[in-house]
Design a protein around this ligand. Structure first.
Ligand code: AMP
Length: 632
C-alpha cells in the first residue's frame, strides 16, 4: 500500500510525519533519529551521503558538503550572491542565471539536492511503516514566493513523490495544535531553527488558518549559538595552550559537535562539561580539552542573539495590527526555542503568555503537514487552509502606474479580475506587465513577468474590454491571463521563473512604500489628473468630429485650441495645477458641445471614466476600472 506523508523540509533539519491510527506521528529515519540534517555530501570516492552521516564530515569536506540549500532553491544567482559567499561550497549561475551548486565540475540544481533529502526521508519512513510513501504535503516558509514554491514542488517530483500541496510552515504548526477548530483566535508562531528565524501572526478558527503577517531574520538560528560556544572554547584553549583549534579542520569539526551538545544540555541543566580528549598535539605531546560551561556564561555569550528576535516579533505584530493583549496563543517552533532565555523573551514580548510547546518544536511543522495530508486524502475532515499574499499584485497602467488587482495580505487561493482598456485608437495589442509590490509607480515595483495580448479588435481608445484575471492557487503559484472580451483573444503566463523575494525583500518593499507614501500618493494624483485630461481631450476631439459643421465655429476653435494645449500639457507632464485648470475648461467645452448635439439626435457619447485608477481597484470580482494600459 502507498502512504501520504507530511514533510518539513528545513534549512538545517527535516522531519517526516504520517497519519497513523488516528493521529499524525513522526517517523524516525534509518539511523533512528526523528530529525534528519538537511545535508548532502559528495565524497571523493563518488559516494553520496545524506543526513547525519553527511553532516558529520562537513568540516572535513567543505566543498563537497551541501547544507542550507533551502537558501538557494528557486532563486536566481544574482539574488543570492551574498548568501553564496557564506557557504563553504561553490554556488554559481547556470547559463540562464539560476543558482546552481557546483561540486567537482558538476552542476546541481538546488531542487536536485533537496530531492535527495526528500528521497531519504520518504524511503526511510516507508521502511519504517512497511508501506511506500508516494505522496506528500511539503511545507515552506510563509514568505516563499511562487518560484521558491514551484522549485520545492519540483524537488518533490524529482524525488518521485506526488506533492499533494505546498503549505506554509506556521500554518502547519497551528494545525498541529488543532487551533483551526477553535473560535476566532490570534496566534503568534515563533520559529527559531538552526539557521533562520521566522515569526508569523495567524488568524485561526472555524477550520480556517490565515497568515496575517510574517517577519524574521534569514540569518539567525541555533548555528549562531553554536559558533559563540566554539569561539569561547577555542579562545579559552588558546589562552591555556597557545594553539588556535579553529585552524585545524578536524579539531573544529569536533568543537562544533561538542558545542551543539553542550548548548542542548544547557537547555535542561545549568552547567555542563565539555570533554574532547586528544583534540590536538604539540611537541610536548597530545592535548585534551576539558571545560565546564555554565548556563549563565552561555547566556552572556548569546544575549545579543536572543535580543535580535525582538525586532521581527514587533514588526509582525505591528503589520498584523495586534498588540500583546490581542494574542491568544503563542506557538514555539524550531529546536532553538528550547533555549530558556529564548522562551523568557517570548513570554516578555507576548505579555507574559505561556507558549505552547507540548508538540515537540522540532516536529510540530511536520506533524501539521501530516494532518493536512490526512485532510487531502480524506482521513481527516474539517480543516481548510488559507494563506495570504505577501505583497500586492497588479499590472502597469497608463502613465507608468501600478494598478493593484490583489492587495497585499489577501487570503489565497484567490481569483480576481479587473477590466481595462486601450490607451489609443485602433491599438492592436497591449503589453501586460505583471507587478508585485506596494509602490504607486510601476518602476518602483518588481516585474514578475510580461506578455502581450494581440489581435484586439480595432476600436476607439477606451472601448475594448480587456479582462485581466489573476489567479493564485493554494500553493501560491500565480497565473495571469488577459482576454479581449470581444474577440475572445487570450494570452497568459504562469509565473514560475524566479521572482525571488525573500522575507527581507518583502520587508524592505513594505518599508519603502511606507516611507514614500506621501510622495507616491502625490505621483498617483498627478498621473491620474493627466490621464483624465488626456481622456477628456480625446472625448472633445471625438465630439468635434461627430458634430462636424454642426459645431459653432467659435466653440470649435476654442475647443481645438484647448485640446492642443491639453495634449501638450500631458506630453510635457505639466504641473498638476495647470492640468486641473485645463481639465475644468475642457469639461465646460464638452458640456457646451454636448448641448449642441442635444438638438441633433441624442447623446451617443460613450465616455470613458478615465483615471479611475486607484479608487476602484480593490473591489470584488466584478469591479471594472478604466485605467488604461500603457501603450509601448
Ligand atoms: P530545527 O532546524 O528546527 O530542527 O532546529 C535545529 C536547531 O535547534 C539546531 O541549531 C539545534 O542545535 C537546536 N536545538 C535542538 N534541540 C535543542 C535544545 N534542546 N536546546 C537548544 N537548542 C536546540
Amino acid at each position: 500500500m502507498a502512504r501520504a506523508a507530511g514533510i518539513d523540509l528545513g534549512t538545517t533539519n527535516s522531519v517526516i510525519a504520517a497519519w497513523e491510527g488516528g493521529e499524525a506521528s513522526v517517523i524516525p529515519n534509518a539511523e533512528g533519529s526523528r530529525t534528519t540534517p538537511s545535508v548532502v555530501a559528495f565524497l571523493e570516492t563518488g559516494e553520496r551521503l545524506v543526513g547525519q552521516l553527511a553532516r558529520r564530515q562537513a568540516i572535513l569536506n567543505p566543498k563537497g558538503t551541501i547544507y542550507s540549500v533551502k537558501r538557494f532553491i528557486g532563486r536566481r544567482f544574482e539574488e543570492v550572491e551574498e548568501e553564496a559567499k557564506q557557504v563553504t561550497y561553490d554556488v554559481v549561475p547556470d547559463e540562464h542565471g539560476n543558482a546552481r551548486i557546483k561540486v567537482r565540475d558538476k552542476l546541481y540544481a538546488p531542487e536536485e539536492i533537496s530531492a535527495l533529502i526528500l528521497r531519504k526521508l520518504a524511503d526511510d519512513a516507508g521502511r519504517n511503516l512497511g508501506e511506500r510513501v508516494t505522496e506528500a504535503v511539503i511545507t515552506v516558509p510563509a514568505y516563499f514566493n511562487d518560484a521558491q514554491r514551484t522549485a520545492t514542488r519540483d524537488a518533490g517530483k524529482i524525488a518521485g513523490l506526488e506533492v499533494l500541496r505546498i503549505i506554509n510552515e506556521p500554518t502547519a504548526a497551528a494545525l498541529a495544535y488543532g487551533l483551526d477548530k477553535r473560535q476566532h483566535e490570534t496566534v503568534l508562531v515563533f520559529d527559531l531553527g538552526g539557521g533562520t528565524f521566522d515569526v508569523s501572526v495567524l488568524d485561526v478558527g472555524d477550520g480556517v488558518v490565515e497568515v496575517r503577517a510574517t517577519a524574521g531574520d534569514t540569518h539567525l538560528g541555533g548555528d549562531d549559538f553554536d559558533r559563540r560556544i566554539v569561539d569561547h572554547l577555542a579562545e579559552q584553549f588558546q589562552k591555556e595552550n597557545g594553539i588556535d583549534l579553529r585552524n585545524d579542520p578536524q579539531a573544529l569539526q569536533r568543537l562544533y559537535e561538542a558545542a551543539e551538545r553542550a548548548k542542548i544540555e544547557l537547555s535542561s541543566v545549568t552547567q555542563t562539561q565539555v570533554n574532547l580528549p586528544f583534540i590536538t598535539a604539540d611537541a610536548s605531546g597530545p592535548k585534551h580539552l576539558t571545560m565546564t560551561l555554565m548556563r549563565s556564561t552561555f547566556e552572556q555569550l548569546t544575549a545579543d542573539l536572543v535580543e535580535r528576535t525582538m525586532g521581527p516579533v514587533r514588526q509582525a505584530m505591528s503589520d498584523a495590527k495586534v498588540g500583546p493583549d490581542d494574542i491568544d496563543e503563542v506557538i514555539l517552533v524550531g529546536g532553538s526555542t528550547r533555549i530558556p532565555a529564548v522562551q523568557a523573551l517570548v513570554r516578555r514580548l507576548t505579555g507574559g503568555k505561556d507558549p505552547n510547546m507540548t508538540v515537540n518544536p522540532d516536529e510540530v511543522v511536520a506533524v501539521g503537514a501530516a494532518i493536512q495530508a490526512g485532510v487531502l486524502k480524506g482521513d481527516v475532515s474539517d480543516v481548510l487552509l488559507l494563506d495570504v499574499t505577501p505583497l500586492s499584485l497588479g499590472v502597469e497602467t497608463q502613465g507608468g502606474l501600478m494598478t493593484r488587482i490583489v492587495e497585499r495580505n489577501t487570503t489565497i487561493p484567490v481569483r480576481r479580475s479587473e477590466t481595462f482598456s486601450t490607451a489609443a485608437d485602433n491599438q492592436p495589442a497591449v503589453d501586460v506587465v505583471v507587478l508585485q509590490g506596494e509602490r504607486e509607480r510601476a518602476a518602483d515595483n518588481r516585474v514578475l513577468g510580461r506578455f502581450q495580448l494581440t489581435n484586439i479588435r480595432p476600436a476607439p481608445r477606451g472601448e475594448p474590454q480587456i479582462e485581466v484575471i489573476t489567479d493564485i492557487d493554494a500553493n501560491g503559484i500565480l497565473n495571469v491571463t488577459a482576454r479581449d472580451k470581444d474577440t475572445g483573444a487570450e494570452q497568459g503566463i504562469t509565473i514560475s521563473e524566479s521572482t525571488n523575494l525573500d522575507q527581507s525583500d518583502v520587508e524592505r518593499m513594505v518599508r519603502e512604500a511606507e516611507q514614500n507614501r506621501s510622495s507616491d500618493q502625490q505621483l498617483r494624483e498627478e498621473v491620474d489628473a493627466r490621464n483624465q485630461l488626456d481622456s477628456l481631450a480625446y472625448q472633445v476631439q471625438r465630439r468635434l468630429d461627430e458634430l462636424g459643421d454642426a459645431a459653432p465655429s467659435h466653440e470649435r476653435s476654442r475647443a481645438e485650441m484647448l485640446v492642443a494645449d491639453a495634449r501638450q500639457a500631458v506630453a510635457d507632464q505639466a504641473p498638476t495645477d495647470r492640468v486641473r485648470e485645463l481639465t475644468d475648461e475642457l469639461q465646460q467645452v464638452l458640456a457646451g458641445l454636448n448641448a449642441v448635439s442635444a438638438g441633433g439626435g441624442g447623446s451617443a457619447d460613450a465616455s470613458v471614466g478615465a483615471g479611475a485608477g486607484a479608487g476602484g481597484a480593490t473591489g470584488g470580482d466584478d469591479d471594472v476600472i478604466d485605467a488604461e494600459f500603457d501603450r509601448s
